[in-house]
Design a protein around this ligand. Structure first.
Ligand code: SAM
Length: 281
């Protein structure tokens, strides 16, 4: 049997997305790339057969990232488990936006609020000239993954200052910034922004991803409004705060910005959805 015949037989029993995830799973488990998988399929078939039980898990909605324990994000390999949000492609786009804006600047100081796996903050430290990065994460279990990913990806850990494991971690960071008279070139966050009870959230996301990473009160706006309000004063003139948001949050956030007297804009993600709320300072 050739590889394409094998794929067709899988496709008869499973959704295309499951077959695609299974290919990635094979490459990850067998530590090979897809070209090697295709050209050496016959030889690899006994090992592949032993991994076929994962097809059931994938079909029942278990995220691939949870099975293989890692994801690729903006060229980094990040450890992932059920305690942190699986980084999304839109968030990669957010990192790219910031990299473009700040690539020429030296000695950057920034904060990433609600760091989760560290996907945003770590990739920015890797790709920009960063002097100091402040990460916050409230969940102890998520924090452990964040620490692993920092260790895996950042050689100079003195660049990263962590404010962690406490429900008032935002306050602690504010006190640190105040005490040391630190201002930020920019602040970035992908906060919890889904309205509690939102019916559009898929069953797989509801079942497998941490609810504290997803949901926020007041129609999903609570974290966005609280964090932007608390941190605005710490952003350097010419800098900005940028938040990932839900696709229906543009008008309430524009209204909020107006009430606060802020100049803001919305930036579309790669799918053409108004996704990023940018407050210029
Ligand atoms: C939507 S997830 C984003 C994670 C990661 N930045 C990403 O983009 O994949 C939001 C994160 O904020 C964390 N979080 C929620 N409330 C928080 C708080 N009060 N302080 C710090 N982190 C918080 C959650 O635990 C979760 O890891």
């Amino acid at each position: 049997m050739s590889y394409s015949q094998y794929l067709r037989s899988l496709k008869n029993k499973h959704f295309l997305s499951v077959c695609e995830d299974f290919e990635r799973l094979l490459c990850s488990h067998l530590k090979i790339n897809k070209a090697f998988l295709i050209t050496n399929f016959e030889k690899l078939k006994p090992q592949i057969s032993k991994l076929e039980f994962h097809l059931e898990s994938l079909s029942s909605g278990v995220p691939l990232a949870h099975i293989i324990g890692e994801v690729e994000f903006y060229g980094l390999s990040l450890n992932i488990n059920k305690n942190c949000l699986i980084p999304r492609p839109e968030t990669e786009f957010l990192v790219e936006l910031i990299c473009k804006d700040f690539k020429k600047q030296k000695s950057l100081v920034f904060a990433d609020l609600g760091s989760g796996s560290g996907c945003i903050g770590i990739s920015l430290v890797k790709n920009l000239h960063v002097q100091k990065a402040f990460f916050t994460e409230v969940e102890m279990a998520t924090l452990n993954i964040l620490k692993e990913n920092i260790k895996l990806n950042l050689v100079d850990k003195t660049q990263v200052e962590l404010f962690l494991n406490s429900s008032d971690c935002e306050e602690k960071l504010i006190i640190e910034l105040q005490n040391k008279n630190i201002t930020l070139d920019f602040l970035v966050s992908n906060p919890p922004y889904i309205e509690i009870g939102d019916k559009a959230v898929s069953a797989s996301v509801l079942q497998y991803e941490p609810h504290r990473a997803l949901f926020s009160s007041h129609k999903g706006l609570s974290h966005l409004q609280t964090w932007s309000k608390k941190y605005k004063a710490f952003i350097k003139k010419g800098g900005y705060m940028i938040f990932e948001t839900g696709h229906q949050q543009e008008s309430p956030l524009r209204l909020y910005s107006e009430q606060m007297g802020w100049s803001c804009e919305f930036i579309k993600d790669q799918y053409g959805v108004n996704r990023f709320w940018k407050i210029n300072v």
